[in-house]
Write a protein that binds this ligand. Sequence first.
Ligand code: 2AM
Length: 385
Amino acid sequence: MGAKLSKNPVSYGFPFLEDKSTIEVMKETHTFVILRGLPGSGKSTVAKQIAEKYPSISGVASADHWKITPLPKESETDSSRYHELDQQIKECLGDKMIVVVDDTHHNKERLDYLFDLAKEKDYIVFIFDIRPANRDLGSLVKCSHWNYTMEQLKLMEPELQKKVVPYYFGWFLARQDAEKMRKYAMGFLDELSKNETFGEEFLKYVKSDSKENFKLEEYFQKKPSVLHCSTKFCDYGAAPNSESYAGSKIVDDSLSKCFVLKVSALFITPRTLGARVELDKDQQLLWPKDEEAVGSGDQVNLPHSSRSHITLACAPGVQAVQTGLDLLDILKAENAEAQHHPKVVLEQGECCCLGEGRWIMNLPNSIKVNTLFSGFYAKKKSTAE
Ligand code: 2AM
């Protein structure tokens, strides 16, 4: 992203500044934009452009404004120096759709603190490394008004050259679209809970301690606060190939960009409630190439990216990662030889049983949801992550 700075001093190539549909979705989504780079690299110019593009719904909190001089050595950090800046960020988080933080962000602890602030308020985080090409440290020393020495910049630079690898990458649903999906899922649960055929079959596979006074809505109460469709699980760089995925051109070009996802089915098992997502060709480019051949070793081979889904809720003690596994299991059962399981007709469509409490409702009309592509960076985990 940063290299684009040198091509044209006015155009940065960021989707949220230039892509029409992204700009529309940004106007209805809560986003936390972290601008990262050496002093004098152009962060403030980007911040200014965001403020101009989104007047009244954006707030820019700048370290320069509070005269916070970034200290080159990690060990020299003193969080009290950030007091006024943090107050401003917190005020913006309650008040503005788009919160921009303009600072060097070369310190990992400082970033973790900001990730937590954004997560508390369910803001989607974007991190942009502003690394202008064709501008050496010498020219940055000259253009930065804090009078940095070359040695100081050299101390900060290695940290800033490392990509911040998230917990996972994915498409994050705009708030209104997430609300739409949640309502639709609740309608699905509500209808199922009134259906005797479903209830009889499903309850057989629910753990015995949950069976008494069983209520579907109460059983699936572990819900993610921000709905998303994961592409690559990175575990902050520890997962195989996550560094190369995070550094790939397609990921770099897609950060903050709007994608319209197609939800084609809802499914439920004794473990998870999810929505199947069918990716188009462009979206498949973001699907990790290294994902194990789906269904290899089994009789049924499913197409690449069959696992793409949105976790809507999990049963007690079940992790969100289970939703994708349940979907694969359901798709394999669907593709296997015809089995004689019950079907029930709901208001939204026909819901088919695949045995062992697994049910899927293929939607007669798919649901389109607006999303923004980014990473999830916070360390603390919410209930359904
Ligand atoms: P999900 O995509 O099914 O919702 C954090 O755990 C997020 O990363 C969850 O939303 C989770 O599931 C997704 N995820 C994908 N692969 C994972 C893995 N191998 N381990 C943990 N979480 C994973």
